[in-house]
Write a protein that binds this ligand. Structure first.
Ligand code: NAP
Length: 250
């Protein structure tokens, strides 16, 4: 029987675990290719094959799916990586390739959480200037330039790795890698005198400690809500994704 190919759009811990699970389950009988955007200097690579860098839009991804004779496309990108998810949906339809979306559930506010919901980083910026003397930004490296109008609030930006340049002159970088622990997060926020945190609703366990820490310290959280994702078959866990992938490919 010809070896089938699954393409996983990655950049998340779930995508990595999924690739590992599929390789462990099927070994040489399944070609597992993980695609990474190529933004991280030292990414943790999963088992199977890796390709890195953009495809050049939905058409480029469609051409790639054809090139590798993909039998399944799994979009396991971050819930805020909305553009690649749109491209995945378009490319899969264009080439008639089944597509599965792995989307981890969002966090829900619990008793004691003080969340201010906003739709974009731009909206978050307005809230920060009004409310905070010392704000912890945990939204990643992508949209930092949007915070440049803030001048009266001390900004602390937590990143996984030091960026080549930071568009925020007076901001302080805090380097840290998930998984985070609640006690460490509480200690960090206390040490920096944080009175407001900005975050995306990433979901999952790896970074949830910051939400718990903010709750413990009574710190308000500006929650940038998730962008809409394309319709289509969606699973919420790695196990479910692996099971469905094998059903679709068999
Ligand atoms: P995005 O805005 O949705 O995508 C921008 C462009 O980057 C896409 O059009 C595509 O370029 C390329 N791209 C994105 N993901 C790719 C992948 N897995 N393989 C190949 N090309 C990819 O994405 P983003 O928000 O910048 O995120 C980039 C990557 O970082 C994603 O893989 C995501 O899973 C990961 N990530 C994102 C966040 C976040 O908060 N956004 C957090 C953690 C991890 P072309 O149009 O040229 O194909």
């Amino acid at each position: 029987m010809a070896r089938k190919t699954v393409v996983i759009l990655g950049g998340t811990a779930e995508a990595r675990r999924l690739a590992d699970a599929l390789v462990d389950e099927r070994g040489e009988r399944l070609r597992v290719i993980t695609s990474l955007a190529g933004r991280t200097k030292n990414p943790k690579y999963p088992k199977g094959e890796i390709r890195e860098g953009g495809f050049g839009g939905a058409d480029g991804l469609a051409a790639y799916l054809e090139d590798v004779s993909a039998g399944l496309l799994i979009d396991a990108t971050h819930p805020y990586a909305a553009q690649i998810s749109r491209h995945a949906a378009e490319a899969a339809v264009e080439k008639g390739v089944p597509r599965l979306l792995l989307n981890r559930p969002a966090w829900d506010a619990q008793d004691g959480d003080h969340w201010i919901h906003v739709k974009s980083v731009g909206e978050a910026v307005q809230e920060i200037s009004r409310k905070s003397d010392a704000c912890l930004i945990t939204t990643g490296v992508n949209d930092l330039v949007a915070f440049t109008p803030i001048i009266t609030t001390k900004l602390f930006v937590r990143l996984i790795e030091k960026p080549e340049s930071l568009p925020l002159q007076d901001a302080e970088i805090v380097i840290g890698s998930p998984p985070y622990r609640k006690d460490d997060e509480v200690a960090l926020m206390r040490m920096l005198g944080i009175d407001l945190m900005v975050t995306k609703n990433a979901g999952g366990d790896a970074t949830y400690a910051k939400i718990e820490a903010a709750r413990t310290l009574g710190i308000e959280v500006i929650m940038i809500d998730r962008p809409p994702l394309p319709d289509g078959e969606t699973v919420t866990s790695v196990d479910e994704a692996a099971r469905r992938a094998l059903e679709i490919l068999d």
